[in-house]
Design a protein around this ligand. Structure first.
Ligand code: 0O2
Length: 271
């Protein structure tokens, strides 16, 4: 197939990946801005390379003119999370969305692959707009924990290196590592609520402090120096006490002062 034709075929998949990366990253941002825990930790996306598409088509006896109908992971999104529980929360969230329809699901966590591979796969149908009008295409969404992703990334590169001839001792150590991933994810799940609480209060505090500093910066342009020094001293005093409630109260107070000067800033959540 000519390169121009491949470009035409792959274009819609590139658009879908770009759009979905923006949407899922926005989902993380929305959670954090509201001070909520985000089940999605990181978003990755890729369009399968032409070589990899041809390899898969050859392996599965798919004629090149049937690629679009038969290969469902040309567009791929990977959602990485911290805990196994998050995987199912994300899957539920995806099922609820009306900008994509779930076509099929493969739960390689409940049914681990023989290789030791664990991940939750969804094929969703997603509509994009092209110069020729709307087009609905499949996108594979892989959802997995950081530990599962670490294992899959290493195993994938070893698979690539050894192809069908992976030495037994490497298979054994991968299998041992896969078991370690399960144990690690279980241990993490057991302390999930404590970890979530710690991360959340750290993020909330960071957001409040960022907002205070932003407002103080805006006040610098308009408020009188004596008032500014007073505000600054008060901020340091409260900051040193490490009391979130007091910091939040102080944030509201200087917001009111800034509002008086009409210089209230837009708040940005920190990641
Ligand atoms: P790439 O390079 O990631 O795109 P099949 O591909 O025939 O095994 P199918 O029906 O296409 O299976 O879908 P499945 O089983 O959901 O797997 C699709 C993708 O999941 C794979 O894409 C891999 O990304 C990942 N995957 C599946 N099994 C394994 C595994 O044992 N180890 C690792 N590391 N990844 C796996 P591609 O096209 O194989 O590769």
């Amino acid at each position: 197939m000519e390169i121009q034709l491949w470009r035409e075929i792959l274009n819609p998949y590139e658009l879908a990946v770009e759009e979905l990366k923006v949407k899922f990253n926005h989902n993380i941002k929305e959670h954090r801005e509201r001070g909520l825990y985000s089940p999605i930790e990181q978003v990755l996306g890729r369009v399968k390379t032409v070589t990899s598409i041809i390899e898969k088509a050859t392996k599965k006896n798919i004629p090149l003119d049937r690629i679009e109908e038969e290969i469902e992971d040309i567009a791929g999104i990977r959602l990485i999370c911290q805990f196994v529980e998050d995987i199912y929360a994300i899957a539920d969230m995806i099922k609820e969305r009306d900008d994509m329809q779930v076509k099929s699901v493969k739960d390689y966590i409940a049914n681990r692959k023989e290789s030791g591979y664990q991940s939750y796969h969804m094929i969703v149908m997603y509509k994009i707009q092209t110069l020729n009008g709307p087009k609905t295409i499949p996108v594979e969404i892989q959802i997995r924990t950081l530990a599962m992703n670490f294992w899959a990334t290493i195993e994938h590169s070893l698979q690539y290196k050894y192809r069908e001839n992976m030495p037994e001792y490497i298979k054994d150590s991968l299998s041992g590592a896969a078991t370690a991933v399960i144990v690690l994810d279980k241990e993490m799940s057991a302390v999930r609520s404590e970890i979530m609480d710690a991360q959340n209060s750290f993020r909330i505090k960071a957001n409040v402090v960022a907002s205070i500093l932003n407002t103080m910066q805006n006040l610098y342009k308009v408020a009188n120096k004596r008032e500014l020094v007073k505000i600054q001293d008060e901020f340091y005093r409260i900051y040193e006490q490490d009391d979130l409630e007091q910091l939040t109260r102080f944030e509201k107070e200087i917001d009111l002062i800034a509002e008086g000067y009409k210089v209230q800033g837009i708040k940005h959540a920190l990641n």
